[in-house]
Design a protein. Structure first.
Length: 282
């Protein structure tokens, strides 16, 4: 070994230092791994217990999801602190490093902090909750979860859209599920020359046969516009929110069939064409 500039005494010293370091750091490293594995298991266990407790006490699903996410983040931070102290990092130094890192991360993640604050506001003022159908930021669908930073919305073709809570808390949100009743708006056209009163009577008869259509407020049919090819009628009735679309689709089809049975024409585009012949020609 002397030909490489290392004598045996130096090599033995290096070996001894390596062994000493292994005996000094090894147990702490093994203990840190054990704490990590146990901590990860306990965090999962706490999440399950919280879920069952929230379900049993019928806590709002939106609040339950948020609290579980928040508790998970706090528990992971505590676990990392425990591992660091076990590895021999002094708490004063660790707190100082954590503070400096927190400041840097806070500046870098201002958007995330805004999303966290937005999540808190959503849970406090409840513009929507899990299970509601909402329209926000050009997306319409059912709210699947409200997490610490993001809200997940499943739209009607089963795509999952993730929206930041900060944006949701500070922008327009339309909640289609908040009210127990909704107005069902339909528009139909009838051919020019059709008796509007007769058409109105037929439409109201169709609506009154449907038990899902509320009697109060009662359905109404108004003449709305002289269309290019039709007389346009606006139909308004009320139904329970969950019955909105079935009432719309089924009654629109029933009105069409009732028109056919009563010889009321449904208009189609038409044009009057005039052909002028030069004098003396046909």
């Amino acid at each position: 070994m002397e030909e490489y500039g290392i004598d045996l005494k130096t090599l033995d010293l290096i070996k001894q230092q390596a062994v000493d370091l292994a005996f000094k750091v090894g147990p702490k490293l093994i203990l840190g791994v054990i704490i990590y594995l146990i901590g990860r298991y306990l965090i999962g266990l706490v999440q399950k217990i919280m879920g069952k407790a929230f379900e049993k006490s019928e806590v709002d699903p939106s609040l339950a999801t948020f609290l579980k996410s928040f508790a998970k983040a706090i528990l992971w931070i505590l676990l990392l602190i425990s591992i660091a102290t076990t590895m021999g990092v002094e708490m004063t130094s660790f707190v100082a490093i954590l503070g400096a890192a927190g400041l840097a991360v806070g500046l870098a993640l201002q958007g995330s902090l805004s999303n966290f604050a937005g999540g808190v506001l959503i849970l406090m003022f409840k513009p929507f909750k899990v299970g509601d159908t909402v329209e926000a930021q050009g997306t319409t669908g059912e709210v699947e979860s409200i997490d610490i930073l993001y809200t997940k919305i499943k739209n009607f073709d089963n795509k999952l859209v993730t929206l930041p809570n900060g944006i949701l808390a500070n922008n327009l949100i339309i909640n289609y599920s908040e009210k127990s009743t909704r107005r069902v708006d339909m528009k139909v056209g009838i051919a020019y020359g059709t008796d509007i009163k007769k058409a109105r009577k037929i439409i109201l008869e169709v609506l009154n046969k449907d038990e899902r259509v509320h009697k109060e407020p009662e359905p109404v049919v108004h003449f709305n516009n002289f269309g290019e090819n039709s007389l346009d009628l606006t139909i308004r009735s009320w139904a329970n929110t969950e019955d909105l679309w079935p009432v719309y689709w089924e009654n629109l089809e029933a009105i069409k069939e009732a028109f056919e049975s009563n010889n009321i024409g449904v208009p189609h585009p038409q044009r009057d064409v005039y052909h002028f012949y030069p004098e003396g020609q046909k």
